[in-house]
Ligand binder design. Structure first.
Ligand code: RTP
Length: 156
């Protein structure tokens, strides 16, 4: 996940199947671009049950786990992304809002677009360790990630 606390810090953000069905992909990408973050990985994929279970393995004892995996593996794609930039892991979580959309501030993604915890349209890594693990899981260790230098890096 890059180097924590530097311009190369990276986070894993995924637009869940409901976000794709609701045609929110462009709006969500725009928020990260507008903030000055850099897109270094992007793909649409319908995750396997194995990948969804691994991604949410910390929640496997929770009563909603089976439903969560079913939602993630509905066949509608997930948009998997890696965003890079200063404090992007923490800022990304703030931009998403709270897990329960009803606790999310109106200006956040969840606070603007949804009301149901089980259909909260987006995922974001919650720590440097999770970001590292999730980027590896969804993009592979070496990664389908692209290094590039924004022309206006000094201005944002
Ligand atoms: P995410 O991993 O998706 O960014 O969500 P999070 O960290 O904000 O929340 P977490 O507690 O890790 O829960 C992961 C996802 O599980 C679903 N969930 N459903 N009571 C429920 O039905 C329930 N609770 C959680 C949500 O989709 C949540 O984002």
């Amino acid at each position: 996940a890059g180097v924590k606390g530097t311009l190369s810090e990276r986070t894993f953000i995924a637009i869940k199947p409901d976000g794709v069905q609701r045609a929110l992909v462009g709006k969500i990408i725009t928020r990260f671009e507008d903030r000055g973050y850099k897109l270094v990985g992007l793909k649409a994929l319908a995750p396997s049950k194995e990948l969804a279970e691994k991604h949410y393995e910390d929640l496997k004892e929770r009563p909603f786990f089976a439903g969560l995996v079913k939602y993630m593996t509905s066949g509608t794609p997930v948009i998997a992304m890696v965003w890079e930039g200063k404090d992007v892991i923490r800022q990304g979580r703030k931009m998403l809002g709270e897990t329960n959309p009803l606790d999310s501030a109106p200006g956040t993604i969840r606070g603007q677009y949804c009301t149901t915890v089980g259909r909260n349209i987006i995922h974001g890594s919650d720590s440097f360790e999770s970001a590292e693990k999730e980027i590896g899981m969804w993009f592979g260790k070496a990664g389908d990630l692209v290094e590039w230098t924004p022309a206006n890096v000094d201005w944002v």
